[in-house]
Design a protein around this ligand. Structure first.
Ligand code: ADP
Ligand code: MG
Length: 366
């Protein structure tokens, strides 16, 4: 396998265009860790194929499959490099007044938390730090940044910055003008990246307490959807829009494979299935948007899709990082995750696509 000396592919200029076109889909392969099943040559089941870093190859020992994405981040890519490829364009989008959404998707253990929430250099922290840096340079305007942190578990929403040590249940409401919002969700006004890091850390502690309380830790194999953070930046003067949103979340892949593997039964099985069905709804929404012809998009069927509605069909830049494991043991989950990513790549917002972007994407695909 050869790779470019730089992780930024030759087509990096595509990312500088902040016009809304389609969901950008990246695949991140985590490094081999203890317990992974590799071949005798110590190679994993998943590798980056083309030198332009857009193809990923999956081998299950019998067959091989090649998938094409916007960019593949190899196991040796650091969080700082992932920020350059995935995070920076989102910051640029935020600064032009677009909402930006960063999603991580994949099976448990594939590297979602490492990617989004690593304390020192996780993408959520890096994105917010860079927003602060840009705001700091703009002496002509004043900005307000607020931060919230919540978890969705079994269709219920928990405020992870509430005063209770294990978070508080909060509820979705719909406002005729504001749209869908979370009532009474804690919103902290923040002045520096350090404050965000501190808040996210305290939220993570509440998450851990909640998991112990609800016995979730022991069912670690069961997937959970987790909206990790939500930052809003507002300034009435410069962006022609009074608020822009940065929303990052991670979502565990759930599938029949996993339920079988965990030998879930009774209550646990029910739990797994309920999480399955809500993720299914995200898949359904993505599918309906991808077809581009359906008038009814089934946003209302789950909390996650209701929260994401504005982001998925509105004036937003959305990026998805599909996190995959290199282990042969995980090949089925890896294939499921990659197929989800391929569907997400088809989401277009036709009305907003400009001609340059189309021709460049077309060139890239040839
Ligand atoms: P997930 O959130 O998808 O369940 P984690 O982010 O918790 O997965 O990752 C599982 C384990 O693998 C953790 O111990 C994490 O530190 C490690 N890991 C994941 N991705 C990387 C990476 N890119 N580099 C080093 N370690 C990683
Ligand atoms: Mg995680």
């Amino acid at each position: 396998m050869r790779r470019n000396s730089s992780l930024i592919s030759q087509d990096a200029d595509v990312f500088e265009d902040t016009s809304v076109s389609r969901v950008q889909v990246y695949v991140r392969i985590r490094p081999i860790v203890q317990g992974d099943v590799t071949s005798i040559t110590r190679k994993g089941a998943v590798s980056v194929e083309a030198t332009d870093l857009t193809q990923v190859r999956v081998a299950d020992g019998k067959k091989e499959k090649i998938f094409q994405f916007d960019q593949v981040l190899p196991p040796e890519a650091s969080n700082a490099e992932v920020y350059q490829v995935v995070g920076k364009p989102l910051v640029e989008a935020s600064m032009t007044g677009l909402n930006s959404i960063l999603m991580a998707y994949g099976q448990t253990g594939a590297g979602k938390t490492h990617t989004l929430m690593a304390s020192a250099d996780g993408l959520t922290t890096s994105v917010v730090s860079h927003i602060f840096a840009l705001i700091g340079k703009d002496a002509a305007h004043s900005y307000a940044v607020t931060c919230s942190y919540l978890q969705i578990y079994q269709e219920r929403v928990y405020d992870l910055l509430a005063s209770e040590k294990s978070g508080t249940e909060v509820f979705l409401r719909e406002h005729p003008k504001k749209g869908v919002y979370v009532e009474n969700l804690s919103e902290y006004s923040v002045k520096s990246p350090e404050e965000i890091v501190r808040l996210l850390k305290s939220g993570k502690r509440r998450l851990a307490v909640a998991e112990t309380k609800m016995n979730r830790q022991s069912s670690r194999l069961l997937p959970a959807e987790e909206v990790t953070s939500l930052a809003t930046v507002s300034d009435k003067n410069s962006w022609g829009k009074d608020q822009t949103l940065f929303f990052s979340f991670s979502c565990d892949l759930a599938g029949s494979e996993r339920v079988k593997k965990t030998k879930a039964a009774g209550e646990r099985l029910q739990e797994a299935q309920s999480i399955n069905s809500s993720l299914l709804e995200l898949g359904n929404v993505i599918q309906a948007l991808a077809e581009g012809t359906r008038r009814h998009i089934p946003y209302r069927n789950s909390v996650l899709t209701r929260l994401l509605q504005d982001g998925l069909d509105g004036n937003s830049k959305t990026s998805l990082i599909v996190c995959v494991s290199p282990s042969f043991r995980d090949v089925n989950e890896t294939l499921c995750s990659l197929k989800f990513g391929l569907r997400a790549m088809k989401i277009h917002n036709v009305a907003q696509v400009n001609v340059n972007e189309v021709s460049r994407i077309f060139k890239k695909r040839k």
